[in-house]
Design a protein around this ligand. Structure first.
Ligand SMILES: Cc1ncc(COP(=O)(O)O)c(C=O)c1O
Length: 360
């Protein structure tokens, strides 16, 4: 086989195990598995799906989608308060990250990444032959702006920030972004996958700064992780460059229709976000009352819990035996003994709280 060098060198993404794999490992029925590990939403846009079903004759799956994705770009331009020429529609945020890397990372260039963070930044950069420069966040999880600026040089293709950050849950600061944009022509990618849970965005900066790309998704607040729709917000000049490398038809007409309807019925998403953030506060309070652990606040749809009397891996295994799947982030820097839990329905969250309480 003749394979690109970067593929051999790559440490691939660790896929989440399936419900079936988890159930087999825990010795339980797959139907009893509850996923607190994927940061998806417990609420699918079921009413919108039913509406699609009632109007199936309008859904032309025999035809390709409109490759300019005009309808959804128009709706998104209102939602994001940017021009339609600033929007690239993608097959989930992951394809958006991939398109940014294909456009801005050259063989032998580097990507600066504020870590710990979402692991796809490293992967999309390495696939393009870029070297990764990881910059450790500060103890309070904020980006280490000085260290990021030091890591940037003339060979930097992308600086990756994530706001709010997965897995630390905090937002990036305006000063950090402004200082980086001031100092470099390298592209700054800010991943705002969890934007709707905090309402703070850097999208406005794309009007002035050609070298800023915002990554968004319908996978989290909109409850559409399985439909795979995301988008990029950028200056129209960099949007034009990214449109050269994007695949012309990576979204299905079904997913596009669902995303368009979600934007036309924005109240539904907002209702779900209100429920999830209220649950996040309720769960955080309930867990904080349990001894032997502390809860770290986040601006997202997940919580971090640091265990003191047991190792995170022990707790992970113990929860798994009851079908409760968490994300063990304890091997990442700054996150010793921490598990990450996605907020789910009240009923499921109560099961989690009860189970953690019973570990005392
Ligand atoms: C920070 C961040 N960006 C992107 C993604 C991937 O989103 P999508 O499902 O839109 O590809 C995730 C998913 O967990 C994420 O946490």
């Amino acid at each position: 086989l003749i394979v690109r060098k970067s593929v051999f060198a790559l440490e691939p993404y660790e896929w989440e195990p399936s419900n079936q794999q988890i159930a087999a490992r825990a010795g339980i029925d797959p139907r009893h598995v509850i996923r607190f590990d994927t940061n998806s939403s417990p609420y699918a846009p079921t009413t919108l799906l039913r509406e699609i079903l009632a109007n199936l004759d309008d859904l032309h799956v025999n035809e390709y989608p409109d490759t300019s994705y005009f309808a959804i770009r128009k709706l998104l331009s209102q939602y994001c308060n940017v021009d339609p020429e600033q929007l690239t529609i993608t097959n989930g945020a992951d394809e958006g990250l991939d398109i940014a890397a294909k456009t801005f990372i050259d063989e032998g260039s580097n990507a600066v990444i504020s870590v710990p963070t979402y692991s796809m930044y490293r992967i999309v950069a390495q696939v393009m032959g870029g070297h990764v420069r990881e910059v450790l966040r500060k103890e309070d999880f904020s980006d280490d702006t000085e260290a990021i600026l030091k890591a940037i040089d003339e060979r930097t293709g992308i600086v990756f920030l994530c706001s709010p950050n997965n897995p630390t849950g905090n937002v990036a600061s305006h000063e950090t972004l402004e200082m980086i944009l001031d100092r470099t022509d390298a592209t700054v990618v800010v991943d705002e996958a969890y934007y709707e849970f905090c309402g703070e965005s850097f999208a406005d900066y794309t009007k002035k700064h050609e070298n800023l790309v915002i990554v968004r998704t319908f996978s989290k607040a909109f409850g559409m992780a399985g439909a795979r729709v995301g988008y990029l917000i950028a200056h129209k000049n960099s949007t034009e460059l990214m449109s050269r490398v994007r695949p012309p038809n990576s979204l299905s007409v079904i997913s596009l229709k669902l995303a368009e309807m979600s934007l036309e019925n924005i109240g539904l998403m907002k209702e779900h976000v209100t429920k999830i953030t209220a649950e996040r506060e309720r769960v955080a309070h309930a867990l904080a009352k349990i001894s032997g652990l502390s809860v770290l606040p986040t601006k997202t749809n997940f919580l971090l819990v640091r265990f003191r009397e047991r190792t995170a891996s022990e707790v992970y295994e113990e929860l798994l035996r009851s079908g409760i799947v968490s994300r063990d982030v304890s091997k990442l820097p700054l996150l010793a003994n921490i598990l990450r839990f996605t907020i789910r329905t009240r009923e499921h969250n109560d099961l989690l709280i009860d189970k953690i309480r019973s570990l005392e």
